[in-house]
Design a protein around this ligand. Sequence first.
Ligand SMILES: [Zn+2]
Length: 65
Amino acid sequence: MIAVNLRNDDSPDRVGPENACPSCGEREINRLVWNEEDQVECTTCGHVYDPLSESEGAEGGDGCE
Ligand SMILES: [Zn+2]
């Protein structure tokens, strides 16, 4: 058994984990298709999501007190 595993986690054909399908975790860019409503449809499981509004409130940068 030869363990020559090329790990392609940083392949340009994959999106970042923050943009991956929240349902099945699909990251292959060819399987994630933008629709007309600025949402992404995962052709692997059929889930539709909006990666742009996924991180709401995650980075509050203003510090307005
Ligand atoms: Zn999916």
